[in-house]
Design a protein around this ligand. Structure first.
Ligand code: SF4
Length: 212
């Protein structure tokens, strides 16, 4: 069967004219092919709930901290700007030390951190139908929905993810009532720097694009 032609999207664009505006837009550009209704719909959403406050604070943190505030500092600045005091930490057990350090920093900066670790509830993986062999690396399952529920009950103002597994993080974001951001993205192989694979994709990680 003939391979379907790749559909061109923003990753195939060489101009990024949506930012620069003095170049040209490619034919497949979603900006020039935009259904006006979609743009209006998105713009209207910024007036819903606290979305406008979040957008304003994000833009200010980006602008004021550009290139000199670390992500830890940016999260605290974002929290200050949005009035968030109770900070939920949804952390992986493998990053408990990092979570403790973050909590210490938060306390030193007058925030109230509340951590719920991934293994909370002490439920075995096989008890919810996960394959028994998955227990070979530990029987207790991660419980991102319970992490979210407990932080929701505390009514945290902002939740921060530290190293939840791929997919567990997806469930946490889905069930978290508070806006959630990520401090650490887990990558057990690269010391939690998943971008390392992208930076070395033409050398050490060439194996991921064997046909190039
Ligand atoms: S929106 Fe258009 S101009 Fe912007 S990156 Fe995508 S294709 Fe390029």
């Amino acid at each position: 069967m003939e391979k379907e032609k790749n559909i061109l999207t923003c990753v195939d664009c060489g101009t990024q004219n949506c930012k620069f505006k003095v170049r040209s837009y490619p034919e497949f550009c979603p900006t020039t092919n935009l259904d006006e209704g979609d743009l209006e719909w998105a713009l209207e959403r910024y007036d819903e709930g606290n979305n406008h406050k979040i957008m304003t604070a994000s833009a200010e943190v980006e602008y004021e901290g550009y290139g000199h505030l670390t992500r830890v500092e940016e999260i605290m600045e974002f929290a200050r700007k949005t009035g968030a005091k109770k900070i939920g930490i949804a952390n992986c057990i493998g990053l408990i030390k990092e979570a403790r350090t973050f909590a210490k920093i938060l306390r030193a900066n007058d925030f109230e951190p509340y951590s719920v670790i991934c293994k909370v509830g002490a439920v075995d993986k096989s008890s919810i139908g996960i394959a028994k062999e998955c227990e070979n690396i530990g029987a207790a399952m991660c419980n991102p929905i319970l992490q979210a529920r407990l932080l929701n009950k505390i009514k945290t103002d902002l939740n921060v993810v530290i190293g939840l597994c791929v997919g567990h993080d997806s469930l946490f974001y889905k069930y978290s009532d508070a806006y959630a951001t990520t401090l650490v993205t887990k990558d057990r192989v690269t010391g939690h720097n998943p971008a390392a694979v992208l930076y070395t994709a033409t050398s050490y990680y060439k194996k991921l694009t064997p046909k190039d």
